[in-house]
Design a protein around this ligand. Sequence first.
Ligand SMILES: Nc1ncnc2c1ncn2[C@@H]1O[C@H](COP(=O)(O)OP(=O)(O)OP(=O)(O)O)[C@@H](O)[C@H]1O
Ligand SMILES: [Mg+2]
Length: 240
Amino acid sequence: MTVAAPSEHRLALDNMRVSIGGSAILRGVTFSIREKTVFCLMGRNGVGKSTTLKALMGLLPLDAGSIHLGGAPVHPMPTAIRARAGLGYVPQGRDIFPHLTVEENLFIGLKARGMKKDKEEIDRVYTLFPIIKEFLHRKGGMLSGGQQQLAISRALLTKPNLLILDEPTEGIQPNIIDQIGDAIRMLREEGKMAILLVEQYLDFCRELGDDFAILERGAVCASGTMAELSDDTVKEFLTV
Ligand SMILES: Nc1ncnc2c1ncn2[C@@H]1O[C@H](COP(=O)(O)OP(=O)(O)OP(=O)(O)O)[C@@H](O)[C@H]1O
Ligand SMILES: [Mg+2]
């Protein structure tokens, strides 16, 4: 077996331990994401998927462990600096400003990079999600079903080198799930970033993912290439 050097990894999490209110939630999470690939972090409800992402973003402190982005340690850095280093995070659930227009919501993504305009990136977002262009002047909250696309678009305007999506298909109707899947596929083909996809929707992961890790009670219990994800593993750790 050949182990890739750290620099070949977009992200490397090593032995990440996190506790909340005195109880250990992450008990040593370790995995790495290869450059330009889609990595699926899977697992049943409450196993620590969102906690892993929050710790990665610096929204929760580490008790132990390290986080390397493109070979450089980012765990000592505050959230804003991690975002500037290339982590584009779309949290679980709706995270748009419902009373701002779609355009104003997007502007927040640009502003995070200190920019007012970026025609190239905006056009790219319109190509990925035509609904964004169509409803540019509507309130974000009126964008029923398209809110997830707006949240992803805003993260893309920060020009991340790792796009982090927490259950983007949760509570979303099937036609929009397809659009989000197509967008992830397009982004992967462009090859400008790696994608960390937290998902419970198995078919979505199988279609889009290059590699996977499954969490169980705050630790990785299985990992490999998506082709290696066996039905037995699915039954043991994913099926409810
Ligand atoms: N603020 C908190 N206070 C107390 N316990 C918490 C808090 N946040 C998370 N937990 C606990 O930590 C564990 C992991 O939660 P986490 O949100 O990471 O799970 P998850 O894998 O993302 O689940 P889901 O698929 O439901 O989103 C759960 O047992 C949860 O109850
Ligand atoms: Mg979660």
